[in-house]
Design a protein around this ligand. Sequence first.
Ligand code: M6R
Length: 366
Amino acid sequence: EKGGYEHFMIKEIHEQPKAIKDTMTSRIIPDSDEIKLDDIKLTSDDIKNIDKIFIVACGTAYHAGIVGKYVIEKLARIPVEVDIASEFRYRDPIINERTLMIVVSQSGETADTLAALREAKKSGARVIAVTNVVGSSAAREADDIFYTWAGPEIAVASTKAYTTQLISMYIIGLYLARLNGNMSVEEYRTIRDEMIQLPEKVEKLLEEKEELQKFADRNHMHKDMFYLGRGLDNAVALEGALKLKEISYIHAEAYAAGELKHGPIALIDDGIPVIALATQGELFEKMVSNIKEVVTRGAKVIAFALEGNTDIEKVAEQVVYLPKTISLLTPILSVVPLQLLSYYVAVTRGCDVDKPRNLAKSVTVE
Ligand code: M6R
């Protein structure tokens, strides 16, 4: 059932091109300007009435929500707040009939996420559930549904569910933007055409394992690692660090690179591995300076950048290049080598990758 792979996690990492394609097909159609969302019944008038969006989730799904905030605000110009479900439900958030809530849950059964959904509905919000399980509680209780078609995810560490959740955020963002008049058809076509190329680009990335294995061989005995990024790279850094913590039990911290000087740089000392993401065109130079800052203090940096940005080699010890795409879509690509990196580190350490200690696949208690 592992299809020749040693673990479910690595099998599921490799299933991502298909999962992404399955989640896009029928919704984003080549040469068509229409976005088809069969289970979302929001009309153009409904969307114009929305003055605030909450994205609420736990764990990896919450990290997809952070990307979602960035994407939806950029495309549809509607303010978005992202909340951890167990915080949202106890903090008396401001919700009314003009609120749209998007809950994100692979299982659709996470107790805190469901409680947040119910809380929002009680206050009159419209709720979209993004979930991977047909007929799950989240799907049944929400007003609208976006199914991620990742297929069953067995490994405790979420991989293909995350990338398909990212796809859901892009598609919902595009849908809202088109219907509320914030995006021209030309802009839509540019993003659509780039999205359609993603599965192939992920496929290509999956072939490049050498640098990541080398990183694992060199660094698996370290106790701490840092993840740095700016903008969307920061959101992906959070997910990368969570993957490493979960399956390798190494302490990992993700920081917005601009925050370094405000405290965490004090922790950088000789030999500490730093994983730096530098995929955001307009922030590239800033990241290069941040990498220099940590290298000067002894950090060993592995950097992730888009093909062609070879300046990064002047500062980082190792570089992994990602196929080029628009800045908005890089999370789909950059997370893949981070998943592989955690996997190789955990395997090199001899950890039980599919069933990490203390963790359950679905957290149905509060
Ligand atoms: O089923 P859900 O998406 O609601 O689960 C949320 C989290 O429990 C889940 O993403 C968890 O963080 C994973 N173990 C991450 O790999």
